[in-house]
Design a protein around this ligand. Structure first.
Ligand SMILES: Cc1cc2nc3c(=O)[nH]c(=O)nc-3n(C[C@H](O)[C@H](O)[C@H](O)COP(=O)(O)O)c2cc1C
Length: 156
């Protein structure tokens, strides 16, 4: 089948665990026919990359109980094109050593400005993802991909 929907995974990478989790979520997305995925550092995402995507996964580790700077900068850039990224499915993912919930709240507040179609539950992992975390992340990647396939239906 030709890939007709594209998901962008954008993550901030101060630590190894979050890049690893991004790749596992991408593995889940790839299991769904008709959906492709780009995995990028947040600092390498141009607003046009985001506008052309049909769904998103945004990830950060907990950095002093907040999202890492490069992801915050991306969210601020996307605010200017929010009408073109709104209503699309969004999954959030975090790693940390106890600060995951705080980071998720900040990310949810920032992304909420885009009026997303949330794909829940968030993926929150303690340190490096273990086997159970990976299984959940793959499942949530698949759920995000199915959400992107239904995108016209969601916004109709
Ligand atoms: C600069 C920095 C600040 C951090 N601040 C927090 C924090 O406030 N709360 C927390 O739970 N973890 C914090 N961490 C821990 C990271 O989130 C943790 O390293 C990561 O989730 C585990 O991945 P790793 O095993 O690849 O390091 C911090 C890490 C770094 C590098």
């Amino acid at each position: 089948m030709v890939n007709s929907k594209k998901i962008l995974i954008a993550y901030a990478s101060g630590v190894e665990s979050i890049g690893r989790l991004a790749q596992v979520i991408a593995d889940g997305i790839k299991k769904v026919d008709g959906v492709s995925v780009d995995v990028k550092r947040a600092k390498d995402v141009a607003p046009d990359d985001a506008v052309s995507a049909d769904g998103y996964a945004f990830g950060s580790h907990s950095a002093s109980e907040y999202m890492e700077g490069e992801l915050k900068i991306l969210f601020e850039e996307l605010y200017h094109v929010r009408a073109k990224v709104s209503c699309k499915p969004v999954l959030l993912f975090v790693t940390g050593h106890g600060g995951q919930v705080n980071v998720l709240e900040y990310m949810e507040s920032a992304v909420g400005k885009f009026n997303p179609h949330w794909i829940k539950p968030d993926v929150a992992v303690e340190g490096m993802p273990g086997e159970a975390d990976k299984a959940k992340a793959i499942g949530m990647g698949m759920k995000l991909a199915y959400g992107a396939r239904k995108y016209e239906y969601i916004v109709a």
